[in-house]
Design a protein around this ligand. Sequence first.
Ligand code: CA
Length: 490
Amino acid sequence: MNANPTRRQFVKTVAGGLATLSFTDNMLADKSSKKPPNLLFVFPDQMRGQALGFMNEDPVITPNLDKFAVQSLVLTEAVSNYPVCSPFRAMLMTGRLPHANKVLSNCNSNSAPFGCELQESDRCWSDCLKDRGYSLGYIGKWHLDAPHKPYVKCENNRPNFAWNEWCPPNRRHGFDFWYSYGTYDYHFTPMYWATDSTRDKPIKIKQWGPEHEADLATKYIRNEGGRYRKPSKPFALVISMNPPHTPYHLVPKKYVDMYEGKTYKDLINRPNVNKEDDTPGGKLARKHIKNYFAMVTGVDDQFGRVLKALKEEGLEKNTIVVFTSDHGNCLGSHEHPTKNVHYEESMRVPFLVRWPGKIEPRRDDLLISTPDIYPTLLDLMGYAEDTPKQVDGVSRASIFLTGKGKRPTSQLYMWVPVGKPAWGRRGIRTHRYTLMISKTEGKSTEYTLHDNAGDPYQLKNIASEKPDVVKELTGELEKRLRKNNDPWLA
Ligand code: CA
């Protein structure tokens, strides 16, 4: 595979490619600039890496991301190592793997008795930036607090199962501007706790979540009335949108209308989805594919509005912009409804990073892992020495900036059943293969191996045909797990 097409080739492949910012011109102009960069980190929930128009995989409409891609480093093989909400979010914030950061599964009332939540004592990248004088804003879904009784009164907190929790100021890891919630999937009637909201007084909104959040992000970027951040200081702003997460029908009609005339036959192009029979996965895909893509288009539209504000404020050049997601979405592929499995649709996420004049726009197949994001961002921003020793991730800043540097040969995959850290699935993904090993109490260990080069839709398990590959990859997996004292090895 040609991992690094030239920039010209890349521009040519991008639909409606706009002129990019001139890399060398900006490089020269920026030499004297020593202002610390801002960071804008945008990550919708459950947006798979295939759902980017310019990648020519899903037939999805993403004009803003297509344009942004021409100006960005696009990591085509970025994954979520534990592809479900809270574990990804905790790895993102701490740079540590789940057994180290204690977020071994989603934060909810089921996992709460096991202490599953972001630790106040962990040092997040946002804590580091706060100590560097940054203004820090967090808008949208957080999902890193365990719900506690009496549960917050809201639709998805029921007496026997609760999801949503307020994040008190002492657990916000340096974010001084707060407009967030734990988990809450009502996209047309979202709820938030603002910086000074008390637990019993969330704000209820009647507007599509991503649009509302983009409105607020725009105000933050413009610093309207000087109310949002210190004008003399750099800022880091996170926007964590809930769509394209379920429920898929909660999407503005204007985005669905953009797919007018398209049938599920036009939209489902993955051969690992059952388009003929009434299997649960096949039915799910046919019912929701249009709305899922419409939501992605809506997220793209709102992301475009935020980028516009950044440009209008003259902040485009000195702001590192990252666009990614916490995990993907099978939506019927392999008969699987959503995520938390080793398949490409679940693990692969968008990863685009733009820093005009510093990061040359191109594609790269770097096998980046979620914990790498923390040290990479701090390194890019000039604070490599702030990354604590306990961080498991490795800075890939050199590869971002020059294309050169040590490259990982694999990415970890994990799933841990609630309260059973020694069980569940572990795996390893390389440029060529995905190996997944499943350990269930009382059952024999199961092996799944996919050749992602010869079988990109992972239709065949070739574990029994390729014992040598299984052995080699198991060795690599065990080496990684030993380093992190994963009790699964025992
Ligand atoms: Ca999620």
